[in-house]
Design a protein around this ligand. Structure first.
Ligand code: 23J
Ligand code: MN
Length: 263
């Protein structure tokens, strides 16, 4: 009888498998989504922290904080219940999703050049098919990570890229999402941008197509990822587990990848 995890443990020890952190730091200026005016009557809280004690008169031997933020803050998980199209699925919230959802292979679609040339670039089904012609079919259950190097915009202003007509960042053509959800049966998609959809996605048909179609198919999302440039196009394993918030629509989460150092 063999235990394949013992090999993983040995490879982690030797460095044959490395662990890459795909998460941003949560701090008060971590960029958060601002929705278009017509939806903006109530907004998500930015991250904030209040010290309870720090080895002082408030608590001589302990340091701890209160924290406050919206569910969709920083590097975070979108559960299917987040969208109206996903509201009737079973086990579709942060506390009820099957835990197997949180460990899955990942592929990385490098659209860096396209995003640099066009900040409103929309990734199409044809783009994915071309990727598959080089790298092979996207495996079932995969997380599909959309690399744009958007996370390298370290200034929140340029990351959100907000203008009078709304946000500008790359996103998806609806047919690409339908392809991934229906024909590849992925776990979900992950982006480097503040949300999984384009900045201008309120004007797409359907509006916010990644949210609408992914969650409609009971799939998940990851947003505000970083360090995708440290991942191979295929062959890594992603671990992304949201907090177990009762009936939660998502949560900040620490997303990490297991990456083979030599292939
Ligand atoms: C609510 C409405 C639109 C969007 C979002 C949330 C997100 O991006 C999110 O974090 O889920 S686009
Ligand atoms: Mn979200």
């Amino acid at each position: 009888m063999s235990n394949p995890l013992l090999e993983v443990a040995a490879d982690l020890l030797s460095g044959a498998i490395k662990v890459v952190d795909l998460s941003v730091t949560l701090k008060s200026d971590t960029p958060i989504l601002q929705l278009p005016e017509e939806f903006g009557w109530k907004n998500a809280w930015p991250f904030s922290m209040e010290e309870i004690s720090r080895y002082d008169e408030r608590g001589p031997a302990w340091y701890w904080n209160n924290i406050k933020c919206g569910e969709h803050t920083g590097t975070h998980f979108d559960a299917p219940i987040h969208w109206v199209t996903g509201k009737d699925h079973e086990n579709h919230a942060t506390d009820t999703l099957p835990p197997a959802t949180f460990v899955a292979p990942c592929v990385v679609i490098d659209a860096t050049a396209d995003a640099a040339a066009d900040e409103d670039f929309l990734l199409t089904r044809e783009y994915l098919e071309n990727w598959e012609a080089t790298h092979g079919q996207i495996p079932q259950r995969s997380w599909v990570l959309y690399r744009t190097d958007w996370s390298k915009r370290s200034d929140p202003e340029s990351f959100l890229n907000r203008r009078e007509d709304g946000n500008h960042n790359p996103g998806w053509d609806p047919a690409a999402i339908t392809f991934l959800a229906e024909e590849r049966d992925v776990t979900g998609v992950g982006t480097e941008t503040v949300g999984t959809d384009a900045g201008q996605a309120a004007a797409q048909d359907p509006m916010f197509p990644c949210h609408n179609l992914m969650h409609g198919a009971n799939k998940c999302g990851l947003a505000s990822l970083c360090n995708l440039d440290q991942l191979p196009p295929t062959g890594a394993i992603l671990i992304a587990a949201p907090l177990k918030i009762q009936n939660g629509s998502g949560s900040p989460c620490r997303v990490i990848a297991l990456v083979p150092t030599a292939q």
